[in-house]
Design a protein around this ligand. Structure first.
Ligand code: LLP
Length: 429
């Protein structure tokens, strides 16, 4: 546990800017990211040869561009993510490949875009090897292996073991290599990702499995990827993993492989959450306060259409009431925080299974602002338009200035592509 609490139940500023100013300029609900926090997290990982950002955590174009300018490479899991990476200025080709497409299937669009752009492909299923070999024989691929075990912060984020759909099952490696040979595909690297938000012991177990698999593939291996999964603290009981130890374990694995193959082997890491989670804040306005029996509810203008982690995983997010520097101290109370959606699961304070729990927050009034913290990863990217709610605006604070990096959706955005009613069908208009 950290010595001094990391989180407080009140907050005046984000990255030096008063919350009142952000709200006045950009309205709520609002995602705000602190660029300096992202830069710090990138620097933590500089020991690895390649830091490859898993953009599924937050794929805003400006965030991707920031990563690119820091020398961080990128992972893509769909045609849309490949196109985002290109739009943010990543080159398609290079050594190491700037963009890697990692998936368990190619949907038709993804295979076309990957092929047209000559994107490096990391195959997570035997069928992907055949489907890629058919259009791109002779190219280099990497294989994502499921080592037979996994671990995540929730069963839903565990990506290893036989209940997981991810990766090529470790016992089918030889068969996968045979398939690759049929198309003259060179297996230039291996990749393992056992889960998201796991702990050091589980993360470290992957090293052995990787070494065994790489020895079976042989000297065509020039890179190994430890995947993502690095946790960040979401409350004062949690802490960071020991990154030095993590790096040393992987580096030792890499060195043994280099000795065996007598050539360099590049060591990659593929974090999403670690790079962006703590940079992000979701600012909401309290629009109603009411009591239901013993439960006191703060009802805010953001819901699971903005941040789905609580309803999906029972995930805990620290929250703070926005206050002014000269505000009187206020007593904390145990409250339930819910959103505006017409669905009873629209509660930010819930545990896995949907059980409502309470969180300590200061006494507040309608019209005040609540900041949901550590919301930069898997926040806006998992948002939806449920209840015809627009996606929130996003702001990046860079060198003391807030910049709008995504405009709030309008009603026109919401209905784009829909036909305007039955008249259009009947008249063909
Ligand atoms: N690499 C692969 C192949 C992955 O599947 C993932 C995450 C990552 C890297 C990045 O994992 P990270 O470093 O962010 O833990 N929506 C969930 C997380 C799902 C993660 C899916 N894959 C959440 O909000 O916790």
């Amino acid at each position: 546990m950290p010595q001094t609490p990391r989180f407080s139940t009140t907050r005046t500023r984000i990255a030096g800017i008063p919350i009142s100013e952000l709200v006045e300029r950009f309205a709520t609900p609002l995602y705000v990211y602190d660029a300096a926090r992202i830069l710090e997290r990138i620097d933590d990982l500089r020991a690895f040869d390649v830091v490859r950002y898993a953009q599924k955590a937050n794929s805003n174009l400006t965030i991707l561009d920031l990563m690119r300018r820091q020398g961080v490479l990128v992972d893509a899991v769909s045609a849309g993510e490949i196109r985002r990476a290109l739009a943010a200025g990543y080159q398609a080709e290079g050594t190491p490949p700037p963009i890697v497409f990692t998936a368990d299937i190619f949907d038709r669009q993804a295979r076309i875009v990957a092929w047209e752009q000559e994107i490096h492909v990391n195959c997570g299923s035997p069928d992907m090897i055949d489907q890629w070999g058919a259009v791109s024989p002779g190219s280099s691929i990497t294989l994502r292996i499921n080592p037979g075990f996994g671990h995540g912060h929730s069963q839903k984020t565990n990506t290893g073991g036989e209940q997981s759909k991810h990766g090529i099952w470790h016992e089918q490696l030889s068969e996968a290599l045979q398939r690759a040979r049929r198309f003259d595909l060179k297996v230039s690297g291996l990749h393992m990702h056992i889960g998201s938000g796991t702990d050091l012991d589980h993360l470290a177990q992957v090293c052995d499995a990787m070494e065994r698999a790489a020895r079976r593939v042989g000297p065509s291996i020039h890179s190994i990827s430890a995947g993502g999964g690095l946790p960040v603290p979401y409350d004062d009981q949690q802490d960071y993993v020991d990154l030095d130890r993590y790096y040393r374990l992987w580096n030792a694995t890499r060195q043994r492989l280099e000795q065996r193959f007598a050539h360099p082997v590049s060591l990659e890491i593929e974090p999403g959450r670690y790079l962006v989670a703590e940079s992000g804040y979701l600012i909401t306005e309290i629009r109603g306060i009411k009591s239901m029996g013993d439960n006191r509810f703060y009802l805010v203008d953001a819901g699971f259409h903005n941040l789905a982690r609580p309803i999906l995983y029972g995930a805990y997010h620290p929250m703070a009431l926005a206050v002014d520097d000269d505000d009187r101290p206020r007593p904390d109370q145990e409250v339930v925080v819910g959103g505006p959606l017409c669905e009873s699961g629209d509660i930010f304070t819930q545990s896995e299974g949907g059980f409502v729990r309470r969180q300590r927050l200061p006494e507040a009034q309608v019209g005040e602002f609540l900041v949901i913290e550590v919301a930069g990863a898997y926040g806006q990217v998992m948002a939806s338009n449920y209840n015809s709610q627009p996606l929130a605006a996003e702001v990046l604070i860079h060198q003391g200035q807030p910049f709008l990096i995504r405009a709030r959706q309008t009603f026109e955005d919401l209905v784009r592509g829909e036909t305007k009613g039955m008249d259009a069908l009947e008249t063909g208009a």
